[in-house]
Design a protein around this ligand. Sequence first.
Ligand code: AMP
Length: 423
Amino acid sequence: MGSEQQFKSIKGTRDLLPEESTRVRSVETTIHDVMNRWGYGEIRTPAFEQTELFTRSVGEESDIVTKQMYTFSDQSGTSLTLKPELTAPVMRAYIEHDMARGGALTKLYYIDDLFRQERPQKGRLRQFRQFGAEAIGSPHPEQDAEIVALVYTILTEIGLDDITLHINSIGSDNSRNVFRHALVEFLTPHKSDLSETSQRRLQTNPLRILDSKSEEEQKLLKNAPSILDYLDDDDRAHYEDVKHFLERMNIPFAENKMMVRGLDYYTRTTFEITSPNVGAQDALCGGGRYDKLIEDLGGKQTPAVGFAAGIERIMLAMEQGDEDSDQKAPRVYVVAAGDAARNAVLKLTMDLRAEGISADFDSLRRSLKAQMREANRLSASHAVIIGEKELAAGTAQVKTLVSGEQDTWPLKEISSNLSSGQV
Ligand code: AMP
């Protein structure tokens, strides 16, 4: 009879047990591999930052700042926030370490945990993991295209094929100001039909209304002016070039003129990648160009473009049909037939591990039969059995578990035979 459990994980957080961790680690290995192949260097930033870094960059009106941040005062009364996104911390580090100095172009990537107090649901957590990349220094469309191709390639190498890339341009300040005006003019007569949030945004950040999830508002927005019709010549040329480069790289995309993305700092290119396999929260990745953020944070004017993708949602998208990637360790289970063999069992286990062979043994001192059952339960490929007779002879019985074949080997040869794949 168990007593009622006293402690539970906090709502919106979760534990990763070994099987799932193994799958996540394999995804992260692919991410590191591709990033390194593409010339991106890993950056790791602290878990918390000054609150103002986020209010200033992400935007006072954004969902993140208005309702999702984990903000607290430390002992000295400084307001700190657990990082809810990574572009601002990475740019803070870029400025702080004067990373521009080494060359005009800086390419960084990260894999990290983020914190947002959202309503938890499938694919939406309060602590979640993202990977992302930032290419800092180039204003040119080939850089936008490379960033898009980078995340597209990673998702494909991870094994996701049913994904859709949506792209849009929200122009630079000039184009956006003219468009904002036209949008407000279009929406004002319908103001009373808008939600309270959208009514407020009509004053503060009308473009965000385009992101609305309300069906009624989306219906109304069908007839709204399109940002693409308001791009000035430079913005248009940039956008056309991005699309052109993507075509050249064989990256399929869909244009989505409603996609402005939730963060305030984007300029020109915005993009998202979605998967039909993850439920209502279908965005795997979001990104775009942000040419003014570094300056807004106190650095020199520096153009940049980046993306962030959610690892939990990628795992959800992968769960479809991917059942057999579970770990198969240990390969070798070393079995003691009788107490006298315990020393030899431990020593052989250590020797095998030192040779790079995954090996384990039984520390519960169970019977020979129970140990053999355990070897099968763990899907070991071999059981290596040492009893008194083997001890005396300096040998072990090596059993191949699939075929049931069993041989006597000198102890000294076991690790070299197994690592040379002789059996
Ligand atoms: P964002 O930083 O909001 O642009 O989000 C980028 C990606 O991170 C999304 O496309 C999701 O895959 C993932 N993501 C964002 N918020 C959450 C969350 N609360 N839980 C899990 N994944 C998230």
